[in-house]
Design a protein around this ligand. Sequence first.
Ligand code: NAD
Length: 331
Amino acid sequence: MKVAIFSSKTYDQQFLDAANTDHHYELTFFEPRLTATTASLAKDFPVVCVFINDRLDAEALEILAAQGTQLVALRSAGFNNVDLAKAAELGLTVVRVPAYSPYSVAEHTVGMILMLNRKLYRAYNRVRDDNFSLEGLLGFDLHNCPVGIVGTGKIGQCFAQIMKGFGCQLLAYDPYPNTACMELGVTYVALADLIAQSKIISLHCPLMPETHHIINAETLAVFQPGTMLINTSRGGLIDTPAVIDAIKSGQVGYLGIDVYEQEENLFFEDLSDTVIQDDHFQLLQSFPNVLITAHQAFFTRNALENIANTTLNNIAEFAAGRPCVNQVKLA
Ligand code: NAD
């Protein structure tokens, strides 16, 4: 079975090659993102394997289907980059990796909170410069701090578990409350109440039409002044110009993002020699209370092993003509 792997980096090749010793598929690694422009690379490949910033819109899917592709194997949990209706119409099967390590993302989220609260990025640079002043490094205790979790699925639950260890007061909003979270002591409230009561708000819901810009000018207006907002889920959950205004007004006191609405033009590439054209991104970078990481929350050895193994097992199910438990279907 020939598999075209798009958006591939050295680490993808390393972990997929290792997992492939059990399968012996013919893996071809392509560096470019899969879009309608690059889809021709997948000619005669029955399987394409893609990541979060590959764009499988109607145009790209039509090209793939016409060239003989039958299976789209996502190396991610999120599938907001695939036009599922079009894939179904074309008879393309879509599979994903629903869980590879919720711990990796939850732990990175907590790392961002500590970094922003205790200003570790400034402290590290200061001490290296023999500046031992504490001015400007004041933080707050996480103990007793009200923390709002939007989305308490696998990652939100891990995050709740860790924050309980800090002694935080845990609030959550999720249309489908999680009993394991309730047993941890999480209190479910309406989104408006979570926003109004939390000092830290962390987003862990998927990007869907209902959650697009869930953080917008209207919801930001209800934030407590100085609230910390963390997004390790998907960039489209936050209206970027609105959050920039809220940082300027002080309504948002800290912003930590591992994902960004326009990240497909930036993340996963070394652009250090380039003039970045995205003014919103550049403005965010200029603020002292903003921490940006480039979609690395998932990036642990454990997660990459699980992604590679599940992806190749998904392909094996498809190749054997068996129904795949990880198939993504239209709701
Ligand atoms: P999950 O499906 O286990 O949980 C998602 C939760 O969100 C569910 O409990 C669901 O009921 C809830 N939800 C649905 N609609 C909601 C709404 N309108 N408001 C609030 N909650 C809502 O998913 P997960 O594994 O916990 O992953 C969560 C998200 O994290 C993914 O969708 C993905 O976008 C993101 N993610 C990011 C990275 C990264 O590296 N930064 C890695 C993996 C996943």
